[in-house]
Design a protein. Structure first.
Length: 307
């Protein structure tokens, strides 16, 4: 049985002795080793949650209305692809505006050929990309790198911090240039990979999890969730249109037909729920503005009004 335990203290680039002769192992043993590496990666995220919470709180403060700040993701290699994946989910799931999302991947993204490995070393290119992005104190910039040594990503974070943006490093080793460069370092030491240096494995899993936790918690903090419902989900297909109707019906306590009618009249979940609570369109606008876009606060205010 492959031990699951903690990281062995090695860096992501080192070769672990216990996985030597992996190419001679039976398929079941290879799969078990890879599975155990994934479990260790998930477990290694738990001690990082306090640092992650501080980064989330800081990001919500920067991005909350009336801010027009952006979430900016920077990465290289497979880390850049993972960052781009997280960024791409924000619009459909939380209606986060595309103009408030920016992805800086070293060498760009080519889905057929994959990332350009040489671009990771291009510090000047990273600095230029960050400078050209017009970063400001309203922005939140995340740099993702397994080793924390990607010159391109470090340069982006250094330039972002110089511009006053809030910076977050997501790294997989305890001491790194990227971690030192950022305002917030979220460190998940996943240790040596089953296949030495293949950070698309355990390190990649930890990065995906950390970014998923970060962006989801930020969107919760910004009011894109009520209870545990995706109230800002975009109605891009029949399933999601039905989901929005069910969400309005659940929150407002009405049948689906009334919920669908309210959505047709008011356009989105928040406005439909507040309309069903008796608010006119101008009153809905004022309530959401006063509540910073948070439905729970606006709805509580609407329900407390004199009848």
């Amino acid at each position: 049985m492959i031990p699951i335990g903690d990281s062995d203290g090695r860096s992501t680039e080192e070769a672990a002795a216990r996985f030597q002769r992996l190419d001679s192992w039976p398929t079941g043993g290879v799969l078990e080793a890879l599975w155990a590496g994934q479990i260790r990666a998930v477990a290694a995220c738990l001690p990082a949650l306090p640092a992650l919470a501080r980064a989330v709180d800081g990001a919500v403060e920067r991005l909350a209305a009336p801010s027009t700040g952006r979430l900016v993701y920077a990465g290289a290699g497979s880390s850049g692809m993972i960052a781009a994946l997280d960024a791409g989910d924000l619009g459909p799931t939380f209606n986060w505006p595309e103009h408030r999302t920016l992805v800086i991947v070293a060498g760009g993204i080519d889905l057929e050929r994959g990332p350009d490995p040489a671009a990771e070393d291009d510090a000047a290119g990273g600095r230029a990309r960050a400078a050209g992005a017009g970063l400001s104190p309203g922005d939140v910039v995340l740099g993702v790198s397994a080793s924390g040594g990607s010159a391109h990503v470090v340069a982006v974070i250094e330039e972002a911090r110089r511009c006053g943006a809030m910076t977050v490093a997501v790294v997989n080793r305890t001491d790194s240039a990227l971690g030192r460069a950022a305002d917030h370092a979220v460190v998940v030491p996943t240790g040596a990979e089953v296949i030495a240096g293949s950070t698309r494995l355990a390190a990649g899993t930890a990065q995906k999890l950390v970014l998923n936790l970060f962006s989801t918690a930020v969107m919760v903090g910004l009011g894109a969730v009520y209870d545990n419902l995706m109230i800002e989900v975009r109605p891009g297909n029949a399933k999601l249109r039905q989901r929005r109707t069910a969400i309005v019906a659940s929150i407002a306590g009405v049948d689906p037909a009334l919920a669908a009618d309210a959505l047709a009249r008011h356009g989105d979940v928040k406005r439909a729920v507040l309309g069903l609570a008796g608010l006119s369109d101008p009153e809905i606008d004022a309530a959401l503005t006063a509540a910073g876009g948070k439905l729970r606060v606006a709805l509580a205010s609407a329900r407390s009004r004199p009848r």
